[in-house]
Each structure stands twice: as structure tokens, then as C-alpha cells.
Design a binder for this molecule. Structure first.
Ligand code: ADP
Ligand code: MG
Length: 271
């Protein structure tokens, strides 16, 4: 506490000494601006419907810092999947802006969008989306094929990812030989194997029973804590919502609520 006070005090002295109060404030704002991993401004996404259009997103302003464990919640059709698709550079905004890791999604070519995804973004879907003819190992390795890695580097990364999700012993199995819970663990390994900054998970527990849902959520929370990976969920599952440290409620393509919670299992210290 004292040290923190001392630092603020020192900062004030330095700031005043140089007489750059406004300049420093500006600099701090610029730094804040750059420290957002994701920043959307008046984000609009419409889809044509007959003579009219549907506003899947209708002016969404949301910022995410690195390391967040956040979720979009809200009724079906409120724009959760659309938001993840735009931020994940799978789709582009109709109006407004989405800046992801310093890149404006609306300005990216297909190739640049693919590059951003391949390097920095992992996806987890409700239906696992594993390739049935390939083994668990190959399904995870697939995510690395577009990155220029040696076979040895690839193997090390795949095995590490399978260890994270406790499936190293099933590397040679085919998806059909796995349970739903195990399949989703493979999908988590595939998302995390390139160590992306961001993982976007769209209803990841929708096809899992309670026990497997909690297991996969524990794993994702651990990866968030250990690797600092930012997780953004789209969900209406109460089990997922319990784990969130930030809950953003979307209604009709708009942010209705944005709530931040204390991290789970962390006891406040004399506040
Ligand atoms: P959520 O994930 O919250 O259920 P979505 O983002 O999937 O919501 O959808 C938001 C709205 O946009 C819905 O009304 C949906 O019907 C519409 N929508 C989503 N994708 C498309 C599409 N490709 N074409 C037309 N309408 C779409
Ligand atoms: Mg959806």
C-alpha cells in the first residue's frame, strides 16, 4: 500500500516537474488505446432480409484487455455469434470499426484476415468441428500447418497442447472413438496449440453434460491463468456464466449491460 502511494506521489512530482500534465495525460490515453486487445466502435452488422435488413449488431462499443475471461450472454438472436465472427475476422462490419491486435478488421484483405486468424485467434465451436478421418493428433496439428514450423517443433507443440487438455494418451484415436467431452477437449487443444492471444468460444458447452462442461471450463480457466490467453465466450449456459469474470449482455444487437466480477477463488486482502 505504502509503496503504491509512494509511486503515485513520485509520478505526480515528475509530471509536475516537467510541466507536461496534459501531454502526459494524452500519452497515457494513447497507451491505454494501444493496450486494448480488441476495441469496437459503433460496430454495426446487418444482413439483408427481403426488402429490409436485420441489425445483428447495432452500434456495439466494447473494449477487451489482454487476459480477460469474458462472455457475451443474451437471448438467441441477440448478436453473440455475429460479434465473435467479426472480431475473429471471419466476417466484416457493415459500419463502424473493430480493431483487433492493432488491425482494423474492416480494412483487412482476405489474406490479411487469414493471417491474423492463423497467428492470433483460436476458435472453439458448439459442434467441436473435428475432422473425422484424422486422428486426434492430426486434428490438433492441422492448426499449425500454415505456420512455418519444423516437424519437431510441430510435434512438441501438439503434444504439449494434448497434455494441457489431458489427452496425450489418445493422440492416435479417431474422433468417433471419443466422448463428447473428450472431443471438445481436442477442440480446445486445437485452439490453444498455436498459443494465440485470443480464443473465441461459441456455446462451447452446448453439447456437453454438466460434468464435462465443468471439466472443460476448468481447463480453459487454467489456460487463461497460466498462458494469459484471452477468452471470449458466447453463451447462455449458466455453468459458463458462473466462471466469467466479465459478463456482457447483448439484446437486439446492443450492449444492455457490462458487468465485471472479482476473480473466482481470489480472496480480497483487507479492502
Ligand atoms: P446469437 O448468436 O446471439 O443467437 P446471431 O449473431 O447468430 O445471434 O444472430 C443475430 C441476428 O442476425 C439473428 O436475427 C439472426 O437471424 C441474424 N443472422 C445471423 N447470421 C445471419 C446470416 N448469415 N444471414 C442472415 N441473418 C443472419
Ligand atoms: Mg449464436
Amino acid at each position: 500500500m505504502q509503496e503504491k502511494g509512494f509511486r503515485s506521489w513520485l509520478f505526480l512530482i515528475i509530471e509536475n516537474f516537467y510541466g507536461q500534465n496534459s501531454a502526459s495525460k494524452h500519452e497515457r490515453e494513447v497507451t491505454m488505446e494501444n493496450s486494448f486487445l480488441i476495441k469496437t466502435k459503433d460496430l454495426v452488422k446487418t444482413y439483408p432480409m427481403g426488402q429490409t435488413k436485420i441489425f445483428a449488431l447495432n452500434g456495439v462499443n466494447l473494449n477487451f484487455m489482454p487476459g480477460e475471461f469474458a462472455g457475451l450472454v443474451g437471448p438467441s438472436g441477440s448478436g453473440k455469434t455475429t460479434f465473435l465472427n467479426v472480431v475473429g475476422s471471419l466476417d466484416s462490419p457493415t459500419e463502424g470499426s473493430a480493431v483487433v491486435m492493432g488491425k482494423k478488421i474492416e480494412d483487412l484483405s482476405h489474406k490479411q484476415a487469414a493471417w491474423l486468424r492463423n497467428r492470433n485467434i483460436g476458435f472453439i465451436f458448439q459442434t467441436f468441428n473435428l475432422l473425422p478421418v484424422y486422428t486426434v493428433y492430426e486434428n490438433v496439428e492441422f492448426a499449425l500447418l500454415l505456420l512455418k514450423l519444423s516437424p519437431k517443433e510441430r510435434k512438441d507443440k501438439v503434444m504439449k497442447a494434448l497434455e494441457w487438455v489431458k489427452l496425450a494418451d489418445r493422440a492416435k484415436s479417431k474422433p468417433a472413438q471419443l466422448s463428447g467431452g473428450q472431443s471438445q477437449r481436442v477442440a480446445v487443444a486445437r485452439a490453444i496449440v498455436k498459443e494465440p492471444s485470443i480464443i473465441l468460444a461459441d456455446e462451447p458447452t452446448a453439447n456437453l453434460d454438466a460434468e464435462n462442461s465443468f471439466n472443460i471450463l476448468d481447463t480453459m480457466e487454467e489456460l487463461n491463468r497460466e498462458l494469459g490467453t484471452t477468452f471470449i465466450f458466447a453463451t447462455h449456459d449458466g455453468k459458463v456464466i458462473k466462471y466469467l469474470r466479465r459478463k456482457i449482455t447483448l439484446v437486439d444487437g446492443k450492449v444492455a449491460k457490462d458487468e465485471v466480477f472479482e476473480p473466482k477463488n481470489v480472496k480480497g486482502e483487507g479492502q
